[in-house]
Design a binder for this molecule. Sequence first.
Ligand code: NAD
Ligand code: UGA
Length: 460
Amino acid sequence: MSKIKKITCIGAGYVGGPTMSVIAQKNPDIDITVVDLNQARIAAWNDENLENLPVYEPGLDAVVREARGRNLFFSTDVNKAIAEADMIFISVNTPTKTYGKGKGQAADLKYIELCARQIAEVATSDKIVVEKSTLPVRTAEALKSILDHTGNGVNFHILSNPEFLAEGTAITDLHNPDRVLIGGESAEAIEALVQVYEAWVPRERILTTNLWSSELSKLVANAFLAQRVSSINAISELCEVTGANVEEVSKAIGQDSRIGSKFLKASVGFGGSCFQKDILNLVYIARSYNLREVADYWEQVILLNDHQKTRFAEKIIQTMYNTVNGKHVGFLGWAFKKDTNDTRESAAIYVADHLLAEEANVVVYDPKVTAEQIYKDLDYLGTRSPEDNRRLVRVVNDPYEALSGAHAAAVLTEWDEFKTYDWTRIKEDMKRPSFVFDGRKLLNRLELETLGFAYYAIGE
Ligand code: NAD
Ligand code: UGA
């Protein structure tokens, strides 16, 4: 198989955009077109002002500046991009199904299938089709069947190449991946993709496997990471009742090289578009093979995470004398983690929903999330009317305004800037007693208590 010259990526989201930007940056001789049905998103990727890119990621603007217009293009012309490409990445969303069989657990593969049908219809030359989206194990089989049955007699090779980047560190993760995983059946097709990554990734970090191991490894990697967070969060509750300190416990166990120190930070609960979705999918797959114990084991990771979010909201209510009705709670952070504008499944949404059910007044400040997004997240839950969400929630652009007159401050995201605020000034402007509920164990207890705050942190 000759060297790849043209790549198309379907899906210009949090994965497609940054991933293709880096592949283009490192392979100036390959033309890469990222396509999407969402016109506004493509327009934002093409915006002259790099502050308007649809995805906020540290370092992404510099990569786009280097490659865009040279060998990186963003377009809504999906058919043209498919027709011209030698290799097509599918990087569309694979959300949890909200209807029918597997509702609430299985991955919804309708966007993937639509892509496959479109590729089959348009392609008049051989293509390597790469699964970049996270998919249930054995999806490649279905893809291959659709491509072969509805295509124009051209050859399709399917590869699985799951993405392991984390948001907020996407560019460093892409520049320096722990590993790149490529699963496939055709040695030639695998080699073609290996060559793309070899432009910057050392060969020994490029793992090649069969299709099913690659597909399954992605779900398993996320399940293991999320399981660590749920494990330490379970211990955080035990710490709170025993006088142990979860940070000290994390450090003590993390120094054991067999355990390792990463992903042991107790929190208000993990969020993000993938951990929950991928574990639910794993649970669904296990159940569909009648592996009940396996399914129950992994489901517990999600149940514990739900418990952690509820527990944090309940702690706020109980501490504030069992009522937050009409009380002003200032939220610092809405994104599911720092350094991203992504709010999907953010713990903040669920904590807010819980407090709003008790008629609290929530005032939100997040450095990167828009008011429009915050209301959209709350409206999506459908717990109350959009009018009630707007009556109870205010979004501001200034952290001091979020906390001025507040009964309590709640830290939901670990943005670094929260640590640098003038907490003396905040204290003066808040009601007394001035509560701080730190869902990220971000702030300094001693400093805040010295200023007179009543400080509560997860796991202490
Ligand atoms: P996203 O929702 O940000 O982007 C998906 C894009 O695909 C959307 O812009 C949508 O308009 C577009 N799309 C859907 N169907 C299309 C079609 N038929 N033609 C053209 N465009 C279409 O999703 P994402 O966060 O980029 O995730 C994509 C996949 O990558 C998911 O499977 C996810 O599990 C996986 N993943 C995500 C991350 C992450 O950090 N977000 C990391 C690793 C893997
Ligand atoms: C995660 C994985 O880390 C990526 O490898 C994977 O590619 C991606 O999911 C995906 O498939 O979408 P991401 O969700 O972007 O990446 O971010 P993480 O850093 O994993 O954080 C997830 C959540 O766990 C965040 O809410 C974070 O605050 C929380 N977390 C993480 C903790 O509460 N404690 C920790 O110690 C680590």
